[in-house]
Write a protein that binds this ligand. Structure first.
Ligand code: DX5
Ligand code: ZN
Length: 222
C-alpha cells in the first residue's frame, strides 16, 4: 500500500491571536493541510490554552481540516462542544482516559475522526488493543503543555516502531508527530514513517509564515 502524502499541521498555539484568521490563511497558502488546535486544561498539563471558542473561530477562518488535540482530563464531557465548534478530528490522551475504547467510539459516533495521543514516556504497547479503531496516533515528541520545547530524539525510534506495529496489525491510522518539529528534523521524521507533522513556533515564529510553510512542505516531500 502506498503511503499518503505527508501533511503539515501548523499549531495555532504559536499564532498571533490578534490576527488568528490571517495567520491561519497564510499557513494554508503555504501548503498547510491541517490546522492543529492544542486544548489544555491546567490539570492534565500544567498550562491552560483555549477551548471550543477558539476552535470555532479557526473554523470560521478556514475550510481546512481542524485537528483538535485535547490535553485535558475527562474529555468525554467536552467532545460535543468541540464537534459543534467544527473539529474534523479529535484526539484524546491515553494517559487521561480510563476507558479508551469507549471514548474513541464516542468520538466516531459523533461524526468526526478519532485519534489517540501518547506521551514520550508511555509505552507504545498500550496502543495495541486500539490500533484498528483509531484514525490517528499522535506521538508526542515533547512533554505536552507548552509550545517551543526541544524535540525528544527517541521519537525517531518510536515512529519507526509504531509504523511497524501498524503494518503488523494491518491498520490504517496516520502517525502524527507533535512538538519541537522544524526544518532540522521534519524530513527525517517523514522518512521514519510520520504522516502528519505538527509545527507551532517553527511556523508562526517566522516573519513570513507562508514562505516558512512552503519550505517545510518542500523538505517533507523532498
Ligand atoms: C505541546 C503541543 C504542541 C506544541 C507544538 O503541548 O501539543 O502542539 O504546541 O508547538 P512547537 O512546534 O512550538 O513545539
Ligand atoms: Zn498538539
Amino acid at each position: 500500500m502506498s503511503r499518503p502524502t505527508p501533511i503539515l499541521a501548523p499549531s495555532i498555539l504559536a499564532a498571533d491571536f490578534t490576527r488568528l484568521g490571517e495567520h491561519i490563511r497564510q499557513s494554508v497558502d503555504g501548503g498547510a493541510g491541517w490546522i492543529h488546535c492544542d486544548v489544555m486544561d491546567g490539570h492534565f498539563v500544567p498550562n491552560i490554552s483555549y477551548g471550543p471558542l477558539v476552535v470555532q473561530a479557526a473554523n470560521r477562518a478556514t475550510d481546512t481540516f481542524l485537528d483538535v488535540h485535547l490535553m485535558i482530563q475527562r474529555p468525554d464531557e467536552y467532545l460535543q462542544a468541540f464537534v459543534e465548534a467544527g473539529a474534523d478530528l479529535i484526539s484524546v490522551h491515553i494517559e487521561a482516559v480510563p476507558h479508551l475504547h469507549r471514548t474513541i467510539h464516542r468520538i466516531k459516533e459523533s461524526g468526526v475522526m478519532a485519534g489517540v495521543a501518547i506521551n514520550p514516556a508511555t509505552s507504545l504497547t498500550l496502543l495495541e488493543p486500539i490500533l484498528n479503531d483509531v484514525d490517528l496516533v499522535v506521538l508526542m515528541s515533547v512533554n505536552p503543555g507548552f509550545g517551543g520545547q526541544s524535540f525528544i530524539t527517541s521519537t525517531y525510534n518510536r515512529t519507526t516502531r509504531l509504523a511497524a506495529m501498524r503494518a503488523e496489525a494491518d491498520a490504517g491510522f496516520r502517525i502524527e508527530i507533535d512538538g519541537g518539529v522544524g526544518a532540522g528534523n521534519i524530513r527525517h521524521l517523514v522518512q521514519a514513517g510520520a504522516d502528519v507533522l505538527v509545527a507551532g513556533n517553527s511556523v508562526f515564529g517566522a516573519a513570513d509564515v507562508t514562505a516558512r510553510c512552503r519550505e517545510l512542505v518542500a523538505l517533507m516531500h523532498g
